[in-house]
Ligand binder design. Structure first.
Ligand SMILES: Cc1cc2nc3c(=O)[nH]c(=O)nc-3n(C[C@H](O)[C@H](O)[C@H](O)COP(=O)(O)OP(=O)(O)OC[C@H]3O[C@@H](n4cnc5c(N)ncnc54)[C@H](O)[C@@H]3O)c2cc1C
Length: 334
């Protein structure tokens, strides 16, 4: 979402002018840390919880047309919000509607794991990989969420979006999906949000679906830390030459040319590294966790250290999977 130099007054008058038919309650200087999985972050100048699609579409459309700063928040499981907070309006997507079928239409504020459970109960297969992925369907689309060689992009049939103030249906190509990426993640990308999506599922028995999901869930329980985190902090590295050069990397990964960032971070001895309340989890070297009392600046400082050490040892530039949100005038957020 574009950030601009418009002032508080622009949003104040805009929010006052919204039609009474829209259910909008505006909170000022709203603390955001409770909305972020990492449990860090300052305040939003303005905060609105959108529980219906018309409100979400209208406010977004106004922001896009008038160039007002707006950040669309899902469940905050893939972001690190600056200690200085977010200027302008934070619009929380709490629109939860679903029509289940082999072709399911779901609003983007719907919880991703809840959608898996609903589809399983309806004998619909496709979302087994979503077990253990927190957040909304919208957040999953934006980062093309996936696990165990499956990604949400494989299920998408069409989407309803708001782009440059216009509400319209688009083909999945519009999203430009790639590994943990889409046009909606990129700085300077489309001026748009996703409202609803149509996902394609296959009929299967709920027993078979549950068994596959249980296996994935078990793997997660073994590997992931329990402390607050935003999941894997960096994307994995696709580099065949690097993969082949690593003696302890499993053969299947060498063949696929993929190096898990946790492998590189662990090889650099970074497990347990800590700055303030933020540190690298001892259970998973690609998770930056809040051990208690961490600031967003602590988390970013740990991330910068990992990037530097991994570059010095392997010559690899790591790319964040987690998005830095809000007022980061400097990398330390000072
Ligand atoms: C413990 C843990 C495990 C995880 N495991 C995985 C995993 O296995 N695989 C994986 O892919 N991810 C994983 N993640 C990351 C995260 O769960 C996903 O990226 C999730 O889909 C983010 O959804 P969200 O609603 O929390 O998005 P947020 O964090 O709220 O937002 C992320 C970005 O998406 C934008 N956004 C959100 N909704 C919309 C919308 N409707 N339209 C436009 N932009 C929007 C926001 O503006 C923001 O830029 C994990 C996270 C945690 C904490």
């Amino acid at each position: 979402m574009k950030a601009t130099s418009k002032t508080k007054t622009d949003w104040e008058s805009t929010l006052c002018d919204l039609p009474a038919s829209l259910q909008v309650q505006v909170q000022r200087n709203a603390p955001l840390h409770a909305y972020a999985a990492l449990r860090v972050g300052g305040v939003a100048d303005y905060f609105v919880n959108a529980t219906d699609l018309d409100t979400l579409a209208s406010i977004t459309g106004i922001a896009q047309k008038r160039d007002l700063p707006l950040f669309l928040l899902g469940e905050g499981s893939n972001i690190c919000i600056s200690d200085k907070g977010v200027r302008g309006l934070v619009l929380r997507n709490a629109c939860e509607q679903v029509a289940l079928d082999t072709t399911t239409r779901v609003s983007t504020g719907y919880n991703f794991m809840r959608l898996f459970v609903q589809t399983m109960q309806a004998n619909l297969s496709g979302l087994e990989f979503a077990v253990g992925i927190p957040g909304t369907v919208g957040g999953a689309l934006v980062s093309n969420a996936g696990a165990y060689r499956a990604n949400i992009c494989d299920l998408v049939q069409s989407l309803e979006v708001v782009e440059d103030g216009e509400r319209k249906e688009v083909h999945p190509d519009w999203m430009e999906f790639s590994y943990r990426d889409s046009c909606l993640r990129r700085a300077g990308g489309k001026n748009a949000i996703a409202l609803q999506v149509t996902l394609q599922f296959k009929p299967d028995s709920k027993t078979a679906i549950r068994l596959r999901a249980k296996d994935f869930q078990y793997q997660r329980i073994l590997k992931q830390p329990w402390e607050p985190s935003a999941g894997s902090f960096f994307k994995n590295v696709y580099d065949k030459a690097l993969a082949e050069s690593l003696p302890t990397l499993p053969l299947s990964m060498k063949q696929a040319g993929v190096v898990p960032t946790a492998h590189l971070s662990e090889a650099c001895g970074l497990k347990g590294f800590q700055i303030g309340g933020a540190g690298i989890a001892s259970r998973h070297a690609n998770f930056i966790i809040n051990r208690g009392g961490a600031t967003a600046s602590n988390i970013r400082a740990v991330a910068e250290h990992v990037k530097q050490v991994v570059f010095e040892k392997f010559g690899v530039h790591l790319e964040e999977e987690v998005l830095y949100v809000g007022d980061w005038a400097t990398k330390n957020g000072d």
